[in-house]
Design a protein around this ligand. Structure first.
Ligand code: CP3
Length: 351
């Protein structure tokens, strides 16, 4: 069993730094694009055999230290009553976004076994396959704020105008929405562990749209609640966000085992701000994977060196990107990066 990733989540020493990449299964891989020619994204997510196959693709091609179950953060909203589609080249679209308190009252809160059975089944299938390879499986969910932003805006957003209008203008409605989302998310994360997930990641991709005090007032209590719920299982929980380096001390208070940071702050500076007893994940700029190999290698070695400044053996460091891998990424760069980190115990001098 490859225990590098799970050891690092617990802040324990591991000889080699573990690596996995957010969105590691996806369109940058020819094998994924080939399957995608025949199946829609949601169709792949909802067919456990296909979701399992896609989950394994990057593991078999590149040898990351952990797999993440293939799904998306948005199908959870379908079970609550929202109509989700992925438009060609335009990303997610919700036909009936949440705009009023009546919309929030009407949201259902079904158990995951009912509304997300396909991902739970995919986890069971993937675990069987991964056990033979000795690789752990990560389950995940979108976090309350990030999911609320899609549910309210009806898709991606730059300014989160409608979301913030509800947050400031109708705090009662906002808190009810966050309560409902938190309950459904916590239930889903625990169900994934029962199905076989060995770690959990909460994706709060757009939390950085908020000021520190708004995050503390309108979002943080719900993230804490979801993490506490997820931690009733015995698996480690990773909290991921971007653009939040202005409030790392708040993130240190969430109760997560691992905090995932983006590239807008140096890893050692972030780790010290979070407190060096907790584990950290990140934080290569995904764009670095589009660079010529010598430049990418330099960026990766710099990151390993920054981690070594905090812990000589980098205990509690998980090498990852600061956000999802880009579609234009050459597969060869992914292979070389994974290989570099796998042999990195020698690559960076110990202090
Ligand atoms: O990491 C993995 O390999 C697991 C799969 C995974 C997907 N989405 C598959 C996917 C994960 C973990 C996600 C999370 C997700 N989805 C997030 C959080 C992470 C982040 O990047 O911020 C968000 C915000 C979404 C919502 C989403 N899904 C958007 C905005 C888009 C369109 C933009 C895009 O990248 O195309 C998606 C589509 C999506 N989800 C794709 C994949 C592989 C590409 C779709 C395709 O095959 O056509």
């Amino acid at each position: 069993m490859n225990i590098r990733f799970l050891d690092a989540c617990r802040g324990q020493n591991s000889y080699n730094t573990p690596i996995w990449l957010m969105r590691q299964a996806g369109r940058y891989m020819a094998a994924y694009r080939k399957l995608r020619e025949k199946h829609g994204l949601l169709e792949m997510v909802k067919t456990p055999e296909l979701a399992c196959e896609v989950t394994l693709q990057p593991i078999d091609a590149f040898g990351m230290d952990a797999a993440i179950i293939f799904s998306d953060i948005l199908p959870i909203l379908e079970g609550m009553g929202l109509k989700l589609t992925f438009l060609q080249g335009e990303g997610p679209h919700i036909e009936n976004p949440i705009r009023t308190s009546a919309d929030i009252d009407a949201l259902r809160t079904p158990p995951a076994e009912e509304s997300l059975w396909f991902t739970l089944d995919a986890i069971k299938l993937a675990r069987k396959e991964l056990d033979t390879r000795g690789i752990p499986l990560i389950g995940f969910s979108g976090a309350p704020f990030t999911l609320a932003s899609y549910a309210i805006e009806g898709g991606g957003s730059r300014e989160y105008r409608l979301t913030k209008q509800m947050m400031y203008g109708e705090p009662h409605a906002w808190h009810l929405l966050m309560e409902k989302l938190s309950a459904v998310i916590g239930n889903y994360m625990c169900a994934q562990v029962r199905a076989g997930a060995q770690a959990l990641q909460l994706f709060d991709s757009w939390a950085g749209a908020l000021s520190p005090s708004d995050y503390a007032t309108y979002v943080m209590p719900y993230v804490r609640k979801v993490i506490a719920h997820a931690k009733t299982t015995d698996v480690p929980v990773i909290y991921f966000s971007t653009g939040t380096s202005g409030y790392l001390p708040l993130l240190a208070e969430l109760g997560a085992d691992v905090v995932s940071v983006d590239w807008r702050i140096d890893l050692d500076v972030a780790w010290r701000a979070l407190g060096t007893r907790s584990a950290i994940q990140g934080n290569l700029d995904p764009m670095a994977l589009l660079a010529p190999w010598p430049e990418l290698e330099k960026c990766a070695l710099r990151l390993l060196e920054q981690a070594s400044r905090v812990h000589a053996n980098r205990a509690g460091f998980i090498f990852n990107l600061g956000h999802g891998i880009l579609q234009q990424t050459p597969e060869d760069n992914v292979k070389r990066l994974v290989d570099l980190v796998a042999t990195s115990a020698e690559a960076v001098p110990r202090r």
